[in-house]
Design a protein around this ligand. Structure first.
Ligand SMILES: [Zn+2]
Length: 161
């Protein structure tokens, strides 16, 4: 065993997979889900989990809301998350320029201040990728893996609090 080269190590602590670092996996997912509405259902989860595992790539002011959304998903599931996300988009498009409705997210913990976690139990560059893309073994399995990443993300951030 040799030490991993620095280039093979993502800033979330993960070791690069066959596609590269998490950013390579993230962009491959975003491209694939554009043509697959069923896969796209996990889009918000993918974005929130990716940004919370790589906070330097995120807008700091949105991370707290993204952390709460991810907690809601882990707590209540995908349908609940989709309802809240759709509601927020609708409000943001409204002419009154009202602030996003934070009520469904108010019961969840705020993002802990300070250093981001250095290690996550499940990461994007650990995702299997085959001839059928990320959903080669079905959307349910893909969803389970995204859920595991979401759980690992919430768990790691809670542990730094
Ligand atoms: Zn990473």
């Amino acid at each position: 065993m040799t030490e991993s080269h620095l280039m093979d190590r993502c800033d979330c602590g993960a070791t690069a997979g066959p596609l590269g670092l998490c950013a390579d996996y993230y962009h491959a997912i975003l491209a694939e889900e554009q043509a697959d509405p069923q896969m796209y259902r996990w889009h918000t989860v993918v974005v929130c989990a990716y940004l919370l595992q790589h906070p330097p790539r995120a807008h700091a002011k949105y991370l707290d809301g993204q952390f709460r959304l991810l907690q809601l998903y882990v707590d209540k599931g995908l349908d609940a998350l989709l309802r809240v996300a759709a509601h927020q988009v609708a409000r943001n498009n409204h002419r009154t320029r009202s602030v996003p409705d934070a009520r469904p997210l108010a019961g969840y913990a705020p993002l802990p201040p300070g250093e981001a976690p250095r290690c996550f139990r499940a990461t994007f560059c650990g995702l299997p990728f085959g001839d059928g893309g990320f959903v080669a073994d079905g959307h349910a399995e893909y969803g389970n893996r995204i859920e595991a990443i979401a759980q690992a993300t919430v768990e790691a951030w809670r542990s730094v609090a």
